[in-house]
Design a protein around this ligand. Structure first.
Ligand SMILES: NC(=O)c1ccc[n+]([C@@H]2O[C@H](COP(=O)([O-])OP(=O)(O)OC[C@H]3O[C@@H](n4cnc5c(N)ncnc54)[C@H](OP(=O)(O)O)[C@@H]3O)[C@@H](O)[C@H]2O)c1
Length: 212
C-alpha cells in the first residue's frame, strides 16, 4: 500500500512493541489511527506522541478475546472516522515454555489471543470492508508461522494457524476483490527461503497480508 495519507487504520496490540511502532509509523504517514489494547494508560501515552507529531489517534480499550469488546471498539472507530481501510491484527503473546512444564493456562491464553482474538477482530472489520469494497488486512504472523522452534510449540501452532487463516482469507475473499502484497516485518527477518508472500496484483483494492 503506497498512499496511506488520509486512510483509517486500526492497530491491535498498540500499547507496546511492534503494534505501537506500527501505529506511530502509520500516523507519521498520514493515516488516522485507532490504537487498541487493554492498557489504556499506554495507549494515551502513544496518542500523546502521535498528536505531538501532528497525527490523529483514537484510543480504543479492547480485549481481543472478548467479541463484544472488539465489536464495541470497531464501532467506536467507525463512528469516529467513518470507515476502516487498514487492519493490523497484531495483538499476540509469546510466553516461553517447554511442553513438559504443562503450563496449560499459557497454552490456552496463546490460542485465545493469537488465534481467536485475531478471528474476533477480523470478523468485526471484514463486513465493513466488504461493504465499502476496499480494505487491507495485515495479520502479524512470525517465522514461527512457517517453522517450529523448541520451547515454542504452542506459540508456533498459533502462528501456523494465523498463516493458514491468512492464506484461506486471501483465497476466499480474494477471489473477486482481494490480492496479496508482500510485507516486511519489524521483527527478525526469516531466511529468504521461508518468505512466501505472493506477488501483488496492481488492480486490487484489497490486500490480505501476513507480516512475519
Ligand atoms: N517481538 C518479536 O520478535 C516478534 C516476532 C515475530 C512476530 N511477533 C508478533 O508480533 C506481535 C506483537 O509482538 P510484540 O513483541 O510487539 O509484543 P508485545 O510488546 O508484548 O505487545 C503485545 C501487544 O498485544 C496486546 N495484547 C495482548 N493480549 C491482548 C488482549 N487480550 N487484547 C488486546 N490486546 C492484547 C498487548 O496489549 P495489552 O496488554 O495492553 O492489552 C500489547 O500491546 C505478536 O503477534 C507477536 O506474536 C513478534
Amino acid at each position: 500500500m503506497t498512499n496511506i495519507s488520509g486512510r483509517v487504520a486500526l492497530v491491535t496490540g498498540a500499547s507496546s512493541g511492534i503494534g505501537a511502532a506500527t501505529a506511530l509509523k502509520l500516523a507519521e504517514a498520514g493515516a488516522k489511527i485507532g490504537i487498541a489494547a487493554r492498557r489504556t494508560d499506554k495507549l494515551e501515552a502513544l496518542k500523546g506522541e502521535i498528536t505531538l507529531k501532528g497525527g490523529e489517534a483514537l484510543v480504543i480499550e479492547m480485549d481481543v478475546v472478548d467479541a463484544a469488546s472488539v465489536e464495541a471498539g470497531v464501532q467506536k472507530m467507525a463512528d469516529a472516522f467513518g470507515s476502516i481501510d487498514i487492519l493490523v491484527n497484531n495483538a499476540g503473546l509469546m510466553p516461553l515454555s517447554d511442553l513438559d512444564q504443562l503450563k496449560t493456562n499459557e497454552w490456552h491464553k496463546m490460542v485465545d489471543v493469537n488465534v481467536k482474538g485475531l478471528l474476533n477482530v477480523t470478523a468485526a472489520v471484514l463486513p465493513r470492508m466488504i461493504k465499502q469494497h476496499s480494505g487491507h488486512i495485515f495479520n502479524i504472523s512470525s517465522i514461527a508461522g512457517r517453522k517450529v522452534f523448541k520451547g515454542l510449540s504452542v506459540y508456533c501452532a498459533t502462528k501456523h494457524a494465523v498463516a493458514a487463516f491468512s492464506d484461506g482469507l486471501r483465497m476466499e475473499v480474494g477471489q473477486k476483490h482481494i490480492s496479496a502484497s508482500p510485507a516486511s516485518s519489524q521483527a527478525p527477518s526469516p531466511p529468504s527461503s521461508t518468505t512466501t508472500s505472493p506477488t501483488p496484483a496492481t488492480d486490487s483494492k484489497w490486500t490480505i497480508s501476513q507480516v512475519r
